[in-house]
Design a protein around this ligand. Sequence first.
Ligand code: NCD
Length: 468
Amino acid sequence: MVRHLVTIDDLTEVEIQAIFRLADQFLTELAHPDRPHRIRGRKQLADQFILATLFYEASTRTRFSFESAMYRLGGQILSSADPKTTSAAKGETLADTVRVLQNYADVIVIRHPCEGAVRVAADFAEVPIINAGDGGHEHPTQTLCDLYTLQREKGTLRDLNVLLCGDLRYGRTVHSLVYGLARFGARIIPMPAEGFELPDHVTRRLLRDYDCRPLSNEEVQRVRHEKFPVDAVYVTPERPHQRSLFSDLPDDPAAPLKARLPPNALAKIDACYITRLQRERLGENAPASTYPVIDTAFLKDRRYKSSSVMHPLPRVEELGYDLDNDERAVYFKQAAYGVPVRMALIAALLEIRPEILGQPAPARRHHLYQQKTLVCDNPRCVTGLTSEQRYLTPQFLLIPEEHRVLARCVYCEHDLAPRFLARASDRIYSHNTGWRGPLPNDLLLFADLHSAEAHGCVPPTPVAAKTT
Ligand code: NCD
């Protein structure tokens, strides 16, 4: 069965580590003699294969490093960096574009401004699809580079304190990264620009799906200081976390959440990961009035003495040039690792090295909702594109919470909180105050009253009284 990389959860921790070992091997065999983080030379591993890069958004590192990686594996590339030159400009849908392109290439790398667009492509493709960034959703291959850099710099990913600075709301690299950090047992310390905090659906997943727990206010106060205005720290449990998010392993309620913060656990920050303000995704939102800047002055505090300074790049004003010669700065190495890491990923997905990927991630454990009563309310979701609406049916995973049932869009993974629900069998609606017991198969969800009534649902008692 063909494997795709749409979100970082498409790979298990074991597979990620296998990809890193192969990247290490490529680096050892092909390293530049004076620059050991840089690949020089070529292997003939993928000489039977073609990789296509289909980029509907600007890119420097991601596209070039994918193409370089394919060349260094001995393969060939087809490249489209300008959406105006593909049939998308004529109104062709994503589904049709990938169904055609898969006849010409063996693996397709896609970047798209809409969240969930790469999921759509993967649903229609018979060759591996790789997400090179879909709007503000995820950027899983950047996360592979980030985790690989961290592991090489620190020797481990477990128990690391990682400070995340800047635009955590729209920065897709941050979203994939927090899930990766949580799964490998690192501590996540968000330091967002005001108004650019991690989105609710991301924090909800950290807590719910990745067993993270936030520090109490008291604990946050203990670590807070003038230059360290963190608003939460997410601690990942210490128990082995080898399951992928969508594993069907039962949640073990008896398993103790062992997350206990040892004294001084936050005295040292292992890495500062800074991102630029994602201006292109701001829409109506005003830019942050103050934006964190990481520079030599910021890093004076002793807790940053051995912090690796990371950035997915490009930088704008949030990362000082005064750091470029500081040995803590690893952002150019991080960009260089894009080649061996992507070489290893391509080799895995094309099954040139079949031992790397295990069984595909098991089916999702949440109820799938496909009734046409709900539409995703995320304005940047691919399901909002008129071209894609010709064939796409909105789909949601139902997430039961104590006081409501949430619907998570399968494409962009935003959560929707429908206000009303009903059973198809009686069409009597009520407020969405949750559902006790297993969710019924005939459950209907509605964003509002108008929608419930438009779908033929009626209120509970008054109508019942009238008809009797
Ligand atoms: C990032 C991206 O495109 O999301 N760049 C990259 O791929 N290395 C970060 C950014 O654009 O800010």
